[in-house]
Design a binder for this molecule. Structure first.
Ligand code: NAD
Ligand code: DAU
Length: 333
């Protein structure tokens, strides 16, 4: 297949691109190379797979670029987005433009050329769950987004459903929980905590730290995406998760102890406005229909491997770190 991977220089998209190339596919990455991207990861793949990996620097908002690239592709795998909740609280319109208008643009191109479309979405479109209950999100949960980021992703999901049902686009959607692993931007909880430690500072936990996230290794997410892209039913939505629910306090304590610090060595800071309490995924449909299940289920071991990756890749994240911390400290985070 020739895949057009939007946002393919970002955290999940670049890991997906590496996986697809190793499977023998051809990949064109369309990425605006924003602050969150890692151009060097795609440049390295372009060298390793000459003629099979190509990076186009451009925006999904650019109709001409999108239409030209879609025409040549067998499938579009759509990762490109503004992805950070804290940023969406300060500049919501950027999220509307990129995540909503950008998705509409791609859907129009997929419609024009009859290209298969997979939309990579998030569990946050379903809002949050109460703490301490067995309740989980499923494909039939009502949409109830809390932040401008999750509302923009919910809007994009609705566009994909409409273009699929009424305009004939061959689309699928997946909604995944919190990813972690190599190449994630230092603004997100796990890499931020690790890199604060590596630069000699204490991690910061928002609010009470009791909020719960359902963690999945990025390789498991991409493996599930591959199953949905290649074997999923057109018009369907699949939830992706790995049943690894931990509170933010538990995550930060685990990183502290793996890095040789006292578990309680962190600061509580201001809470995120509208902060979602808990996410949890029921991935039964993916298991029953496509036989998928997560393989990375030792959270502590995968956290340790992620810590090692950040120790070994300081040249990538250190230039991004100062700007990120300046931004977050302005917001009291
Ligand atoms: P990321 O922020 O690391 O990467 C996003 C990429 O999109 C970057 O390379 C950026 O340059 C690119 N991009 C931004 N605006 C663009 C534009 N206008 N045109 C082209 N490219 C543009 O994000 P991520 O964490 O890798 O998330 C990828 C996708 O997966 C997003 O759609 C996100 O909503 C979804 N998702 C993320 C998670 C998670 O835990 N990170 C979980 C579920 C779903
Ligand atoms: O659920 C999927 C979503 O997961 C994706 O759609 C988003 O793109 C991705 O960013 C992530 O959203 P979260 O807001 O859950 O991730 P973040 O890493 O920003 O925060 C995780 C939790 O940790 C959240 O409860 C806020 C908290 N937090 C975050 C940071 C950066 C802290 O307590 N301290 C921090 O320094």
């Amino acid at each position: 297949m020739h895949l057009l991977v939007t946002g393919g220089a970002g955290f999940i998209g670049s890991n997906f691109t590496s996986m697809a190339l190793r499977k023998g596919e051809r990949v064109t990455v369309l990425d605006a190379l924003t602050y969150a991207s890692g151009k060097e990861f795609i440049d390295a793949e372009t060298k390793s797979f000459p003629g099979r990996c190509n990076l186009v620097e451009g925006s999904i908002l650019d109709r001409d670029v999108v239409f030209d690239l879609a025409k040549e592709a067998d499938a579009i795998v759509h990762f490109a987005a503004e992805s950070h909740n804290d940023n969406s609280l300060r500049d919501p319109m950027l999220f509307v433009r990129t995540n909503v208008e950008g998705t509409a643009n791609l859907l129009e191109a997929a419609r024009e050329w009859g290209v298969r479309f997979h939309h990579v979405s998030t569990d946050e479109v379903y809002g949050d769950l109460p703490l301490g209950t067995p309740e989980k999100f499923s494909e039939t949960s009502p949409y109830r987004p809390s932040s401008p980021y999750s509302a923009s992703k919910a809007s994009a999901d609705h566009l994909v459903r409409a273009w699929s049902r009424s305009l004939g686009v061959q689309a699928t959607i997946s909604n995944c929980s919190n990813n972690f692993g190599p190449r994630q931007h230092v603004e997100k909880l796990i890499p931020r905590t690790i890199t604060e430690r590596l630069q000699g500072r204490r991690p910061r936990v928002y609010g009470t730290g009791r909020n719960v996230r359902d963690w999945i290794h990025v390789d498991d997410h991409n493996d599930a995406l591959w199953q949905v892209l290649t074997r999923g039913r057109i018009g369907e939505t699949y939830l992706i998760g790995a049943s690894q629910e931990y509170s933010n306090l538990e995550v930060v304590r685990a990183i502290n102890s793996l890095m040789g610090y006292e578990e309680e060595d962190f600061d509580l800071v201001a809470d995120r406005p509208g902060h979602d309490l808990r996410y949890a995924i029921d991935w039964t449909k993916l298991k029953d229909e496509l036989g998928w299940q997560p393989s990375r289920t030792d959270f502590r071991e995968d956290l340790a491997a992620t810590i090692d990756w950040y120790k070994e890749n300081r040249a990538w994240w250190e230039p991004k770190k100062a700007a990120t911390e300046a931004r977050l400290s302005k917001w009291g985070l």
